[in-house]
Design a protein around this ligand. Structure first.
Ligand code: 6MZ
Length: 330
């Protein structure tokens, strides 16, 4: 089944760039930097995490690897190649603009570096960028992220994300930036109900009418009803949820409710570097856990095309690629 899941054309819509660096890419970047920063050579990514709180501090290490533009280009290019090798044909990466005065990297030059890698010519994968706003940011910084998204729109920025430490910050404080992004026509995807404690702001998050939701693990019956009524696609990251211990088993994962309800979902990786899981692995897990046939996996993958932040022409092109693959393989 895994080989089939690698071959299956797939869409990836929830992948944080700095969480997606493979061990090989991390090694390449450590090599580049270990002379100036010897402590990097000792870092080990943990196999498992006690709780989701242990996840976010990992980025203090990873961010030292991508703290200048050439490293950002290598990181982004390698992440794209990893997804391409895994059969991803359309990819929306997301990242939080970051600066580093020590190397002269600004948020603008960071995004320019990411986009230069995204816009390298490739035959079998289309890549776009979502600009992430961290929950811990000030409104001013969030507005700056929207400015940058507008600045780089013609180079492949297609949407705005709310992400970051699930127990910190608040959407309410940042809402004016998201309202402005929406006024400019950017679709929004919001991390939603990743932990129980996030439920307090769920109504506020839905009131902005997001185009997609990340995770949506914890839902009250009312919120579930809102999401179904709005037909809002959910980005599902099973291994991420298991390793962050927000879901206890694959069998109990909330994707099961979406399968039963036939509600749109997109199987995604979240942070494939930190969680050691390719997108094909996530499809394989879904197939094994819920007994999905090859045809059902194909259908699930085909339906994700409707959730991308791109126009009808690109959607139709992708649907053609999927249909041709179906004729040859199923
Ligand atoms: C919320 C997450 C996340 O933006 O530097 N991030 N935010 N929930 C998650 N679930 C596990 N996984 C990653 O990528 C890393 C950043 O993405 C966010 C965190 O803010 C993390 O610092 P970029 O490319």
């Amino acid at each position: 089944m895994n080989e089939f899941c690698v071959q299956l054309p797939k869409v990836e819509l929830h992948a944080h760039i700095n969480g997606s660096l493979s061990p090989d890419t991390m090694r390449v970047l450590v090599e580049r930097k270990k002379d100036s920063n010897p402590s990097l050579a000792d870092f080990r990514i943990p196999d498992s995490l006690e709780r989701i709180d242990d996840f976010f501090p990992l980025f203090r290490f990873i961010y030292q690897l991508t703290d200048d533009e050439p490293s950002v280009v290598i990181a982004t290019r390698n992440v794209i190649s990893d997804f391409e090798r895994d059969g991803v044909r359309y990819l929306e990466l997301r990242t939080t603009p970051r600066e580093n005065p020590a190397t002269g990297m600004t948020k603008k030059s960071y995004l320019a570096a990411v986009l230069s890698a995204i816009n390298e010519v490739r035959k079998s994968i289309v890549v776009r960028l979502i600009v992430s706003i961290d929950r811990r940011d000030t409104l001013e910084k969030a507005q700056e992220a929207v400015d940058l998204a507008l600045h780089f729109r013609s180079q492949g920025v297609v949407g705005i994300d709310l992400c970051g430490h699930v127990m910190e910050g608040s959407f309410v404080a940042l809402r004016p930036a998201f309202d402005r992004a929406k006024q400019h026509g950017f679709p929004l995807t919001l991390h939603f109900g990743e932990v129980k404690e996030n439920m307090a702001e769920s109504l506020e998050l839905l009131s902005i009418q997001p185009n997609r939701l990340g995770h949506a693990t914890f839902l009250t019956p009312e919120r579930r009803e809102n999401i179904y009524a709005g037909n809002i696609p959910v980005e599902i990251c099973m291994t991420s949820n298991i390793l962050c211990k927000t879901t206890s088993t694959y069998e109990e994962h909330h994707i099961k409710d979406l399968l039963v309800e036939k509600h749109p979902f997109i199987i995604c990786t979240d942070d494939k570097g930190v969680f050691f899981s390719q997108l094909s692995d996530e499809y394989t897990i879904a197939a094994k856990t819920f007994g999905l046939s090859k045809n059902e996996l194909y259908e699930a993958s085909y339906r994700t095309i409707d959730a991308i932040f791109e126009d009808e022409t690109i959607k139709q092109n992708l649907k053609k690629i999927w249909s041709e693959w179906y004729k040859d393989n199923l």
